[in-house]
Design a protein around this ligand. Sequence first.
Ligand code: FDA
Length: 394
Amino acid sequence: METTEVLIIGAGAAGLMCAATAGYRGKQVTVVDMGKKPGRKILISGGGRCNFTNENATPDNYLCQNPHFVKSALGRYSAQDFIELVERHGLNYHHKTLGQLFCDDSAQDLVDILLTECEWAGVQLELRSEVTSVCKNDNGFFVTTTSKSYQCETLVVASGGLTMPKLGATPIGYKIAEQFGLNVLPTTAALVPFTLHDHDKERFDGLSGISIATTVTSENKVTFRENILFTHRGLSGPAILQISSFWQAGQAVTINLLPDSPIETLINDWRNSCAQKSLKNMLCTVLPKRFIEAMVSQHEIIDKAINQISKSEVQALSEYLHKWQIKPNGTEGYRTAEVTLGGVDTDELSSKTYESKKVENLYFIGEVIDVTGWLGGYNFQACWSQGVACGQAV
Ligand code: FDA
């Protein structure tokens, strides 16, 4: 059995950030992880380049049953603070769209920064160690892993959510919370592609690979303006991933296929410039041809010349193109989701320290708790902010 002051379960973004912060404060810190490498989700994120933060991250970019909960940590350690850290380490990075920052070369560069910070802070890292049980005793917690047992004063659970089971996602964090009487909110896959009912699958057959700039709106009126992508399994793309976090089974989503150009205006313009051309030809100038052929070709007006289209036909077309409703069959689930919605109820935790209100010296951070960011670097930023908040407190 080994003793350590602080034991952290999970060498992901939240766990490593917390470890370095606590280590710099002179704490004896051990991080255990069942994987053979640390930061495995960081490595696969952002197509291998990790969208490591978002310059515009605010509490509004997070879903949490208590929307005020995220304010404290994000306010005390912001995206700018993390950018300063990676710049100190000389990370080459670039801005993409919507405030998203990515590594220029590889997400490994970012993991190396976190590992360097942990090394400088004297953190001990134990890989291939799966936590199997946790017990509370007079000296803190007794934690058993598949390789060793630990006695620690303070336990930080940073074991992540349920996404990507292939990468070692386990429900251990929820189990520990429940074991100590903490409420765990129901979990579900989020930032995840939609699957489709058979009739839609047939209609969309052959559209795989088509991407369209849209706005997508959920039934509770949340809207994202980004691309949708037809895949051979259903619908994906950033707009769909974003809206999936706000979608519930049985609900529809509304897609505006031409968010920048009302079809009424386009048809008026076309009446002046190319009245003899067919609607189909003209629609193919603003939307992908394959999409028009598969989707709009069922409509009789499609072969009419622009100057033959009536007002009511324009109205019907407008409904179709600007308020296209799709009722997904479901989502692809945890297998491909980026995050887990729900988790350890934030009402059980201090928003300043992430310590459990019920059990002294027991902390929860990262994806295991009920804080879920939008797509775009917000989830890693939550991990950095929470890791620092917790690391300063343990
Ligand atoms: P994380 O899951 O990273 O780490 C938890 C660790 O705990 C794991 O290493 C696991 O092995 C370990 N563990 C679990 N159970 C254990 C046990 N019983 N014993 C020991 N160890 C155990 N976010 C973002 O902001 N920008 C992006 O670009 C992306 N891209 C992206 C792509 C893909 C494909 C996915 C799946 C996810 C993203 N994300 C993202 C989301 C982001 O990866 C996620 O929010 C963070 O990795 C969560 O970090 P945590 O540290 O909380 O958990």
